[in-house]
Ligand binder design. Structure first.
Ligand code: KMT
Ligand code: NI
Length: 172
């Protein structure tokens, strides 16, 4: 895992876009993001159980598994959105980037590699992209079933209850 400020320069979203300015784990935890590196799935299972996760799936994002739908999938994951529950992402193979919004609404880019695990709080705005290897195999873990849908950022998400609660937590 490596976190840095996104450079906001034009170009393929899958390029690193590294401004050279590092973001500390302390700042990530201020945003409500936690990170672990687990080489054993037993550790993932223990963490999930301790936080009362009930659901999970495994997704392989690559042209090999998705064929012609790949490029569109990659574009869709990169639309800024939030989820109404806390969610875990665990990288089983390959890698990718999660961009999360900072307090000043800037993008922080989080580079995840094999065995990186990230906990994202409910209500945080984020987006995802594969990197130039075009291969991410990830486990997605959910606390509940009904809230998996990404909610794209807009006037409605600004009023969303989980968004408001997230902002309160981040300020407090
Ligand atoms: C998300 O929440 O944006 C995703 O799950 C992206 C795909 S998982 C690597
Ligand atoms: Ni998401």
């Amino acid at each position: 895992m490596k976190a840095y400020w996104f450079d906001n320069l034009p170009g393929d979203q899958r390029e690193p876009h590294d401004s050279g300015r590092v973001v500390s784990p302390d700042y990530l935890s201020k945003l409500g993001i936690l990170h672990f590196n687990y080489s054993s799935e037993d550790d993932v299972n223990a963490l999930a159980a301790s936080r009362h996760y009930k659901n999970r799936d495994t997704i392989t994002i690559s042209p090999t598994t998705m064929g012609a739908a790949y490029e569109e999938k990659v574009r869709n994951f990169f639309h800024e959105h939030l989820h109404e529950d806390e969610e875990i992402r665990y990288i089983l193979d390959g890698g990718g980037y999660f961009d999360v919004r900072s307090e000043g609404d800037e993008w922080v880019r989080i580079k995840l590699e094999k065995h990186d695990l990230m906990i994202m709080p409910a209500g945080i705005y984020h987006r995802f992209t594969t990197d130039t290897e075009n291969y991410t195999k990830a486990m997605r873990l959910f606390k509940e079933d009904p809230k998996w849908t990404p909610l794209n950022r807009g006037s409605e998400t600004e009023e969303n209850q989980y968004r408001r609660e997230y902002l309160k937590l981040r300020e407090g």
